[in-house]
Write a protein that binds this ligand. Sequence first.
Ligand code: APR
Length: 263
Amino acid sequence: MTEFDSNVLGPDSALPSSLVEAARAAVRVEVFTGAGMSADSGLDTFRDAQTGLWSKVDPQALASLDSWTRDPDPMWAWYLWRATLARRAAPNAGHEAIARWGAADSGTDVHVTTQNIDDLHERGGSEEVAHLHGSLFDFRCTICEKPAAVPEFPEEPVERLAPPACSLCGNPVRPGVVWFGEALPVKDWERAEEAMRGADLVVIVGTSGVVTPAANLPLIALERGVPILEISPDDTGLTSVSTWSWRTTAAKGLPTLVSAAAD
Ligand code: APR
């Protein structure tokens, strides 16, 4: 799709009445987010040129079980540094708007399914969050999967750090994130599917929509004829399935949408 396609809304577009009505009528909203959701909190996305995390590292070298098995130290250092950055970041106006929308007295149930491994949705006030790709703040043994304590996070980035040994079997403790080729957490996946099946409005925020199976989730809502709003400054793999694709950012678009829904 290009900027000239009918479903694309410019950054300063007035919201179409069809979108405002859908947001006001929605009682079960599913918000599906990616790295762009945390970009306004200062955290790198993966695929944005220049700034994206992957433009600085080789994903295969830092996000696969093979690399971990071969040499865990660079990966351990990288994930702990990302945890430090995530801790230093603050939820942005987009995270807070989502939490406001789903607040107990709002009359609207809002569920979040995120591909992000930071905890900014929770710190922004969202309570119903499914993490499809795990969390920077969960740790477990690589082999026996015994949960492990949250380690100290480094104050500065370092090239290598040796992961601690599991207290039960002595194997290296790993980050509780999903690496390329690994299965997604079943409970979070099932909650995400259920949310897409029950939603009467889907809002996709800040994902390039290129990583499956996560990127296939909005298709469940599409098949049910549920309206889908995408918020992303750029065209994505999900623009073509979106009813509206709004070229704005999470921190600008979500507060505008949520206040329109509340009017
Ligand atoms: N607000 C909203 N969206 C934004 C913003 C912003 N301020 N800044 C950038 N974006 C958009 C980009 O246009 C892009 O479409 O966010 C998207 C980020 O895409 P990716 O970097 O590919 O991140 P994501 O889609 O979450 O990646 C999916 O890939 O590497 C794996 O496991 C990793 O969970 C990740 C998955």
